[in-house]
Design a protein around this ligand. Sequence first.
Ligand SMILES: Cc1cc2nc3c(=O)[nH]c(=O)nc-3n(C[C@H](O)[C@H](O)[C@H](O)COP(=O)(O)OP(=O)(O)OC[C@H]3O[C@@H](n4cnc5c(N)ncnc54)[C@H](O)[C@@H]3O)c2cc1C
Length: 481
Amino acid sequence: MLTGDQYLQSLRDGRRVFVNGHAVPDVTAEPLLRGPALAAALGYDRHYRPGDDVHGPYFFIPTSVDELRESQERQLHWDFPTISTSASLLMVLTAASRMRAQHPEYAERALAYFEDSKRRDIRIVQGITDAKGNRALSPGKQDDPDLYVRIVDRSADGVVIRGAKMHISSAAVSHDVMVMPTKRMKPGEEDWSIAAAVPLNAPGVRVINASFAPRPDLDPDFYPYSSRHVMTEGLIVFDDVFVPNERVFLAGELEHSATFVHSLGLWERLGSVGSYVRLADTLVGLAQLVAEANGLQKIPHIKDKIAEMITYATLIRAAFEAAMSHATFTPEGWASPDELFTNAAKYHAAAEFSTMVRNLHDIAGGSVLTAPSLRDLQNPETAADLRKYMRTMEGVDADYRMRLFHTIRDFTADSYGGWKHVTVIQAGGGLYAQKVVVTAHFDMENAKALARETAGISASGEVLSGLERLGPHGYDPSGAV
Ligand SMILES: Cc1cc2nc3c(=O)[nH]c(=O)nc-3n(C[C@H](O)[C@H](O)[C@H](O)COP(=O)(O)OP(=O)(O)OC[C@H]3O[C@@H](n4cnc5c(N)ncnc54)[C@H](O)[C@@H]3O)c2cc1C
């Protein structure tokens, strides 16, 4: 396994990285990227154990519901590149399992890649989202064929790929990107049907980054959350990058062009839902704390808003649990979360997030935005004024209350908060992506049978009469008390 220092050293590998208008010779020294690199280094140090045959708990394939639950619980304490590594590898193994019967060579390569990643203790990011050009047109119909990553050359040893993957979380501070088609490809689009693991320092790879990272001179008391939790996303360009065969998991087989994105969607969304359980509970906690600090916790409309937030949080938790306890198993015995519950939970968490933040802002009041800096509380010229006017009652002093407001602003209404609003909706695919999956996995036949029974119509469309109309219950169970 690698230590944090060895990991930081491993990022000085000749990769071509850019941010804010300049090239970055060393990501570990770049103010906007250093935070995510240090967070990942801390993760390495936390997991490190000496020895040749030890490996991190993120290189783990769950084979039971309990193992699935334990691995998801563990993830909540990991940095993003580590979470992403686990999801990428489970994705490639799930896809391999689905392809094994037709393409055993890809399944073997996927397993070998898993073992090699484990041995080298690398971090892997997920490269799904293409540039996509005109969204109304498929890859083969774009005016520039590179708007979706594609194969531009093939040889006995491997393939050469060209294109770009957008918004890739933690790309600048990881080792490999797992490239895969963003959607199902049609006949004639074989070259866009490519899945492969590409090193981020491979010749021809460039990573252009964005980050909400607070600037280095900002006060951590004013940014209590985002000063500790920094992310970066990168636009990864593949400028005729050679990928050797052992790293290629799909190269033109249309029937499996969507297998990877479906498998990744499942693992990525389950991980997100696990983190949204915590996110939703945190929103409830902030709402309750600020209501108490303002003396509002017994006011009916405040209690009502908090109850709505509790229901939101509890339904996410319930669906997360259901997704794991209804896991299915591959022929290899690997556990996969339930598609319907995972996607319904992700949809619910994302679609209602802004309503929950609205409740929090409504409860908290305008000081979310206007509470002065804690530095003003230390300035002798302003300290007494703030102590007098920012306190509310015995036990709620200015320092405590101002810290609450700064946390709510930082977490939900500032640079990080804005990032979170969009991320909850878009990361793992927009709301529509989850609707497609829930529609495919819902038991529609059962729903139709219930609807027919309610209408008093048989499966063949005949109107039922007499006792038949009463159905198996003989009464309406939804109205029974
Ligand atoms: C912070 C963050 C981190 C991310 N991390 C990653 C990552 O690590 N790896 C990765 O691969 N991606 C990542 N993503 C990308 C994310 O998956 C995409 O943003 C998302 O899938 C939407 O794609 P898009 O941004 O290109 O928007 P668009 O595709 O332009 O979508 C915008 C809207 O248009 C709709 N739409 C688009 N095309 C069609 C169509 N043909 N028919 C009907 N509706 C359509 C979409 O459903 C959506 O509602 C990340 C995104 C964010 C914000």
